[in-house]
Design a protein around this ligand. Structure first.
Ligand code: ADP
Length: 299
């Protein structure tokens, strides 16, 4: 089921096009990676979704309907430009965020305390916001967005600047959202995180949608036809192998002859008597795909 659909979105700032005819769907229950270099148009797209700005053309559908203001209660948004400039306490600010999403004050406060505990900050509930360190403040803001349990939420670089323990904590929260059927759009430049977390990606460049699809499928689409094989003994020379590079430790990288499916090579190796212990088609890293697409466009 599709929870969000962008259809033909265009937006210009003066003569400067920020989005050009962008259409894609976000399926329900996924962690969806929104990728693109600085200035690609990601924030513009998110701001249109959040009704902060209006597109020049195109439509947004959420929850199966044309986007309306009333949908905002069911959406969460952690913007990139952060900051909670206030002298109120952490628990009060979080309670306020919860009540903005339609929770009663009592329920919002209960969830604020529960979520502080979940991000390992139970001790700061009574602190003034301006006492928080940068990392603490970031976790408080993530918790403030997630405490209303939004059906769809957009997190812009949620883990930037966090230490590895806290990165893992935030990743676990996102995976738990997925387990509960919630949808999360993750805008990030951290490609290892995309591979670790995302089900699907959209890559935007210069306002255009360049790549869209399931992560594994996108990686296969952009991969060279190569496999890594570990085998006891030697790799027999076969016509299906265009090139074999010994990487050491009984491991070879094999480039397949044009049009050869990896499964055919595996079968041929076994038939030829090779003692294959591992056989892994090599997938292009998302980072390589990103660089390739963005550079080709620049050239
Ligand atoms: P991203 O979030 O991918 O970095 P943005 O959506 O912020 O990209 O920006 C897309 C393009 O629109 C860029 O060329 C940027 O300079 C321009 N832009 C964004 N916001 C404004 C604005 N308020 N006024 C004029 N130009 C803008």
């Amino acid at each position: 089921m599709t929870i969000l659909a962008f259809e033909g979105l265009s937006k210009n700032y003066g003569a400067n096009p920020a989005l050009r005819d962008v259409s894609f769907d976000v399926p329900s229950g996924e962690i969806f990676g929104l990728l693109g270099p600085n200035g690609a148009g990601k924030s513009t797209l998110i701001r249109i979704l959040m009704d902060i700005i209006r597109p020049d053309a195109g439509t947004v559908r959420v929850f199966g309907e044309p986007r309306r203001r009333e949908h905002l209660d069911r959406l969460g948004y952690l913007p990139e430009e952060r900051g909670l400039y206030t002298k109120q306490t952490v628990a009060d600010v979080m309670t306020y965020f919860g009540s903005l999403k339609g929770l009663t004050r009592g329920e919002a406060r209960r969830r604020a305390l529960e979520w502080l505990d979940r991000v390992e900050l139970a001790n700061v509930a009574g602190w003034k916001i301006n006492r928080l360190s940068k990392g603490m403040s970031q976790k408080v803001q993530i918790a403030s967005v997630l405490l209303s349990d939004p059906e769809l939420c957009v997190l812009d670089e949620p883990t930037t600047g966090l230490d590895p323990v806290n990165v893992r904590l935030v990743q676990d929260l996102l995976m738990e959202r997925r387990k509960n059927g919630r949808t999360t759009i993750l805008s990030t430049h951290q490609m290892n995180q995309v591979e670790a977390l995302c089900d699907r990606v959209a890559l935007i460049n210069k306002g255009r949608l360049m790549v869209y699809g399931e992560v594994g499928e996108v990686r296969r689409r952009y991969s060279l036809p190569e496999v890594r094989v570990r085998a006891r003994g030697a790799i027999p020379p076969l016509p299906l192998i265009a090139e074999a590079v010994h990487e050491g430790d009984s491991t070879w990288r094999l480039r397949l002859a044009d049009g050869t499916p990896p499964s055919d090579l595996l079968a041929a190796l076994v038939r030829a008597g090779a003692a294959v212990e591992r056989f892994d088609p090599l997938l292009a890293p998302i980072e390589d795909i990103f660089l390739r697409v963005v550079r080709e466009e620049r050239a």
